[in-house]
Design a protein around this ligand. Structure first.
Ligand SMILES: [Zn+2]
Length: 173
């Protein structure tokens, strides 16, 4: 398993719609394992393939936060939201591609998601709480959408300028 570099906003690859996965093969299994390792290393609770520069519809997540609770690494291939609650909830979101920036985003409080697992089987599950926020945030990445796209343009531009500065500093380092 390899930790892959995470793209930092702004990057054109983070604005593109990713392609559906057509087959689960060794390359995809390697990608999934790398994404989980990259996500845990960051550390983060979710990661989408475009964030490591792979334009395929695959996400990883693990929102278990309680100390002592077993981790629950999940790999979702071609995930899609099939139902969303009318009730919404607001969470302070962050993103591994937008380091150290956080903002409240309102989304459906519960969603039902269908996806393909690494055995090629169809799975579906209803997510609530942090899991619901995370899975929607990650599926957004597959459609080229970032959490800052939910913010007002002033706030979004301010964060984008900070990220441009961060990238310049990193490039010099
Ligand atoms: Zn993100």
């Amino acid at each position: 398993m390899t930790i892959r570099p995470i793209l930092i906003h702004p990057d054109p690859r983070l604005k593109k719609v990713a392609d559906p996965v057509t087959a689960v093969d060794d390359a995809l299994r390697t990608l999934a394992a790398d994404m989980l390792e990259t996500m845990y290393d960051a550390p983060g609770i979710g990661l989408a393939a475009p964030q490591v520069g792979v334009m395929q519809r695959i996400i990883t997540m693990d929102c278990v936060k309680e100390e002592g609770e077993d981790p629950r690494p999940m790999v979702l291939i071609n995930p899609r939201v099939t139902w969303a609650s009318e009730e919404t909830s607001s969470y302070e979101e962050g993103c591994l591609s937008i380091p150290e920036q956080y903002a409240d985003v309102e989304r459906p409080a519960e969603v039902e998601v269908t996806w393909m697992d690494l055995d090629g089987a169809t799975q579906s599950e209803r997510f609530g709480g942090l899991w619901a926020t995370c899975v929607q945030h990650e599926i957004d990445h597959l459609d080229g959408k970032l959490f800052i796209d939910y913010l007002g343009s002033m706030k979004r531009q301010m964060i984008t300028r900070k990220m441009q500065k961060l990238k310049r500093e990193r490039a010099r380092a």
